[in-house]
Design a protein around this ligand. Sequence first.
Ligand SMILES: C[S@@+](CC[C@H](N)C(=O)[O-])C[C@H]1O[C@@H](n2cnc3c(N)ncnc32)[C@H](O)[C@@H]1O
Length: 272
Amino acid sequence: MNPRRHRLVQRRGWDRAAAHYERCWLRQLAPAHDLALATAAPQPGERALDVACGGGAVTLRIAAAVAPTGCVVATDLSPNMVAATAAQAVAAGLTNVDAVCCDAEALDVDGPFDVAMCSLGLMYVPEPGAALGELRRVLRPGGRVVTTVWGERRGCGWAGIFGIVDARVDSDVCPLFFALGAPGALSGALAGAGFVDVEQTRLRTHLDYPDADGAIGAAFLGGPVALAYARFSPEVRHAVHAEYLASIADFATPHGGYRIPGEFVVASARQP
Ligand SMILES: C[S@@+](CC[C@H](N)C(=O)[O-])C[C@H]1O[C@@H](n2cnc3c(N)ncnc32)[C@H](O)[C@@H]1O
């Protein structure tokens, strides 16, 4: 994997996904977001950081928790995602959110922070250890970090999407996607970055979609393969839709929907 190219593909892909991400994924990700926020437990008055903030779903909940005197800095590699987070904060009437465009591996923010979160972002970073080092750098001594990643491939019923797309592009879309979901991988990465009091929980849940269009939209429009998908011809799109639906056929419900298994790992730790 070429890290520079990987970051470029991620940035362009998530720029495209920004318009669809929250509509396609928010409800399905709620159990993982709830657990991560309960673990981080942001308190009124705290300075918080949300890295790889996406459209701001977690950011806004942190902002509400630390208000009225606390604030949150939200960062993302994708300018469209940063703009979405800023717009969501304005729409929600939150004045304590600052949204910044930067790479998780080179945080352009002013610490120190009391608490830092990175929800479903580390899988896309070419060098997760570097991103964790950055989180450690900007946390105050004793500050908390909570990170969430997808779990193991076999626990994620939608994982066939990568092979289906990779077969039609010249490089893997997300070669390291499930690496941090392996047993002990995320907690090991946190310990390796110098964090202490590391704890990890594996959460098994389901992603519910009312129909095939909902499942296809989430997979192809609102996620990391959005860039590759945008370049597919109508014929190729038709083919990948059919292959994806075949890959999730075991999870079809009697009413035309899909109940797809999903697994997450939520890990917490502290800056010494
Ligand atoms: C699945 S979304 C997660 C959004 C949100 N945190 C959530 O939990 O819903 C992944 C986000 O990671 C961002 N991302 C990917 N690579 C990144 C990097 N190297 N640095 C910062 N953000 C990155 C993407 O732009 C995207 O917004």
